[in-house]
Design a protein around this ligand. Sequence first.
Ligand code: NAD
Ligand code: UDX
Length: 479
Amino acid sequence: MKVKNICCIGAGYVGGPTMAVIAQKCPEINVTVVDINEDRIAAWNNEDVEKIPVYEPGLPAVVKEARGKNLFFSTNVDAAIDAAELIFISVNTPTKTYGIGKGMAADLKWIELCARQIARVSRTDKIIVEKSTLPVRTAAALREILDNTGNGVKYQILSNPEFLAEGTAIQDLLNPDRVLIGGDVQSTEGQEAISALSGIYEKWVPKSKILTTNVWSSELSKLTANAFLAQRVSSINAMSELCEVTGADVTEVAKAIGMDSRIGSKFLNSSVGFGGSCFQKDILNLVYIAQSFGLKEVAEYWEQVIIMNDYQKKRFAANIIQTLYNTVSGKKITILGWAFKKDTNDTRESAAIYVVDHLLNEEANITVYDPKVQSEQIFSDLDYLKSRSKEANRSNLKVVHDPYEACKNSHAIAVLTEWEEFKGYDWERIYQNMLKPAFVFDGRNLLDIQELIKIGFVPKGVGKPEFMESFAAKPAMVG
Ligand code: NAD
Ligand code: UDX
C-alpha cells in the first residue's frame, strides 16, 4: 500500500513532535494531526512557532519548515481519518482514576473512542498504528471494535511504540536507537502493512535499526523499557540514602559502577525522584497486568520501583523540614524548577508537586521559579491533589518570574529541576539576600557544592556526604 496521507489522532507531546519530523522527512506525504482540544490545535497553528503548545528544543524549526506545506493541525478528525491510508493513534492513556483498576490500570477510554470513530468514518482500507503506550493485547480489543462495524473496510493493526524522551524529543526522533514495529508477521497483508510503515521511517532511519516483532512483543517491550529505565533511577536513589549515612558519594558510586560495560553509565543520576507522564503510569499498568494474570511476585517486584520513588520524594521534603530545625512553618522556601526534567514545560508527575505539597502541609511559604512553566499550570498541579483549598494554595505559594526575586529573604532553596541556567546564576548575590544559615537542597546534584560552601551556603545534595558535619554542634531540634 502506498501511503500518501497520514492522520495522527492526538496532538500532544508525542503526536506533535513525531508527526512534525515525519512530515519534514517525507515531503511527499500529507500529515494531518488532529485533536478534540481546540485550544491545543489553535496553539499548534500559532503563527509564532515559538508559541506552539509543546516546548521542545529544535521543534519550532521543524514545524516552521513543514507546517502549511505537508503538515497540518486540525480539529476535523473525521475528514483526516477519511483521507488517510495510515492512522497513528497517539492519544493519552493515563492511569484510571475510577472503577476497577483505579490507580493502576491504564484508562483506555480515549483509545476505544478513536477506534469507534475510525470504524464509523472509514470507507477505504487502513493501517492503524498504536503509537500510544498500551497494555499488552490492546491490539486484540482494537481489532474486535474495528471488525464489528460491518462496513467491509479491512484494517491492519500495527504497534509502533514511541521511545522519545521529553526535552530531547527531536534528537531522539531524528536519531532513534531503534524503531519498533509489531504486526501480523504471519500474513502477507500484515507484512505489507509493516513494510508500508517501515518505508516511512527508512527515509531517515537506517534499516538495521528498524525492528519487526509480533504485536504482543512490541506492546510489551514499551512497558518493559520504561520499567527498566525507572528501575535504574530507583536503584541509584535507594543507594543515595545509604551514601548519605555512610559518607559515600552517590556520584562517585554511579561513575564506578557505570564504567562496567554490563551496567552502563546512563540513567544513573540520583535525584529527588523521577517524574513525567510515563514511568509511574506504565509501571502501575505493568503491575496491574501482572496481578490480573495472578503473577503476584512479578507485580510486587515492579511495584517496589514506585514505592522507592515515592519514598525518595518524601525523604527529600522531610530532610528540608528536619534541617530547618524541624519546622518550616511561616518560612520562605524557594523552589527552583517545577518541570519534571529540564528542557520541557511538562510538569506531569513532577517531583516538585509532591515535595511542595509536603512543605505546604507543614505551613511553609513557597515561592517558585521555573523558566518555562506557567503559573496556572503550577496551581492546577497542586489543586489536582486536593490536599487543601484552591485559595490556600494561592495564598501560600507565589510564582515569580525572576530567580533573584524568588530567592530573596528565603530560608532555603530547593533545586528540583536540572535547568542549565541555574548553574550560571550569581550565587554570591543570592547568598547575600538570603537568611542565614543559607540552606540549598540540590535535588539534582546540579550545583557545584564546593563553590557554594566557599560562598557560605549550607548545601545538601542527594546521596552526598553530610556537609552539615562542620555544623557538628547542631542546634537542638525544635519539636
Ligand atoms: P498528551 O496528553 O500530551 O496528548 C494526547 C492528546 O490526545 C490530547 O491533546 C488529547 O486532547 C488528545 N485526544 C484524546 N482523545 C482524543 C480523541 N478521541 N480524538 C482526538 N484527540 C484526542 O499525551 P502524550 O504525552 O502525547 O502521550 C500520548 C501517548 O504516548 C500516551 O499513551 C503516552 O503514554 C505515550 N508516550 C508518551 C511519551 C511522552 O514523553 N510524553 C513518550 C512515549 C510514549
Ligand atoms: C521516558 C523514557 O525515557 C522514554 O523512552 C519514553 O518514551 C517516555 O518516558 P521522559 O519521561 O520524557 O521519557 O524522560 P526521562 O529522561 O526518561 O526522565 C524521566 C524522569 O526520570 C525525569 O524526572 C528525570 O529527571 C528522571 N531521571 C532520569 C533521573 O532522576 N535520573 C536519571 O538518571 C534519569
